[in-house]
Design a protein. Sequence first.
Length: 172
Amino acid sequence: MEWPTNGIEIYPNDTNHIQTHTWRLEFDETEGYPKDKLNKEIFHLGNSSFILDSITEFSPAIEKKYTEITNKYYAWIRVSVWVYPTFDIKQKPVSVVCTFTHKGKAYKYKSVDLNKFPIELNKWNFVTFDYLTPEVLRNKNDHLAVYVWNLGKNRIFIDELKVEVFEPKSEP
């Protein structure tokens, strides 16, 4: 496996990989989120969405140890989320973040700004990107964290934050 040197990571969708895990946050009441952070009128799936605003800048995260993701040398991760912006995201930025942490410090940090996508105001928009696990893992117990960061601090609704894992069928 050769890691990209240009910073562009695109899962090859080939027969050399297999999907092994899917984790998602659907932001429904049954998942135990504070009721004042759930919106029951604007949602994509289920019965509610999560509200990010000036008080709540970060969404809940999907967090997994490397050992929960794969026991292979590497894995591809596909991150996706549905977003419903109520403001111009070019003026007030919002990012989807995927990173590993070791002893509280981030590494292999990838942040994808929503303004890089054709986002429509006051509508549900699907955002997705691929992430390759670090070439040099510091510790197999390091955590992957995937979340939405509302830098602009205006109201935005999110739903169905999802992480899919694709690992090689065999080691290199």
